[in-house]
Design a protein around this ligand. Structure first.
Ligand code: HEC
Length: 272
């Protein structure tokens, strides 16, 4: 009887260790950006996406926003870009591979030009959440009253111009025809014309003028996705290493667990 109790205790302990070790997995799965969504979720294993985001960032953002805690070298290494390729294609002329990703923008002037200085974006994906940044970059719309002619539904009256407008196209806020959605989540269909959805006018919606941007809606979403994925990586570069370590560590724990179990059985074998 005594041995049974000891063994049960062992199993219970082993179980709680496994449960404890796997807790962070669930914590990660539960993470999110509140009301904002981004699909698919950021993926630090998607190197081509991170590389594309890196290039977009340097082309479109670094003129105003630095990442003063991040070096080009570290970025190239983490993203699997050889140094000579990085220097040739992404790193701005005159910068070294070891340079910090600072902006050349003069912050005193910037305050006068934009009303607010463009903040450093090293940590923005962590402070705001990747989902927020993703929706922010998709939510600029024409507003003639604003100094740069645009406003933003995620960040009302923001001081930033819509620097990706040539790519996205002219986005406006107005009234559009949208399918009526039933309680079940399905689109309401016309009972007389098979396959035809019933629409209603909705106002205060964002829509892009047909053909006004260099990219299609899907291409623009992908560009912003890659950019935000990159900003998410920068906000926590150590995550890449932790990801890489996670699987071996779990394997180690499982293998160790098997041996511990066998050893435990061996010890108790003769007691019966
Ligand atoms: C012409 C200068 C300029 C460029 C280029 C620019 N921004 Fe901005 N951005 C600003 C300014 C100015 C603000 C601050 C606006 C405010 O606080 O009203 C800002 C704010 C932001 C914010 C909000 C930061 C926060 O947490 O408050 C994000 C995110 C951002 N920019 C991302 C980007 C990205 C990504 C790019 C490249 C695609 C980019 N910006 C390009 C000027 C710029």
């Amino acid at each position: 009887m005594k041995t049974m109790t000891a063994r049960n205790t062992f199993i219970r302990r082993a179980f709680s260790v496994v449960a404890f070790v796997s807790l962070p997995l669930f914590a990660q799965a539960a993470g999110g950006g509140g009301n904002y969504h981004m699909e698919p979720a950021p993926d630090l294993d998607d190197k081509p996406s991170l590389q594309a985001g890196f290039a977009t960032y340097v082309n479109y953002c670094i003129g105003c926003h630095g990442m003063r805690f991040q070096r080009y070298e570290r970025t190239a290494d983490d993203l699997g870009i050889p140094h000579d390729v990085a220097l040739e294609t992404v790193v701005p002329a005159g910068k070294q591979i070891g340079s910090l990703m600072k902006t050349a923008m003069d912050l005193e002037n910037a305050k006068k030009w934009f009303g607010a200085p463009p903040p450093d974006l090293t940590m923005v994906a962590r402070v705001r959440s990747p989902e927020w940044v993703y929706q922010y970059l998709k939510s600029f719309y024409i507003d003639p009253v604003r100094p740069f002619g645009v406003n933003n539904t995620v960040f009302p009256n923001v001081g930033m111009p819509h620097v990706l407008m040539d790519l996205q196209g002219t986005q406006r806020m107005g009234c559009v025809q949208k399918p009526v959605i039933l309680e079940s989540g399905a689109e309401k269909r016309d009972p007389l014309i098979p396959g035809k959805a019933i629409t209603e006018e909705k106002c205060g919606e964002l829509y892009v003028e047909d053909g006004s941007g260099a990219l299609s809606a899907e291409e623009y979403d992908k560009l912003v996705y890659d950019l935000v994925n990159f900003m998410y990586y920068v906000s926590e570069p150590a995550k890449l290493e932790r990801h890489a370590l996670g699987v071996p560590v779990l394997l180690f724990i499982i293998i160790l667990g098997v041996f511990a179990y066998l050893l435990n059985r061996e010890y108790w074998k003769d007691v019966h």
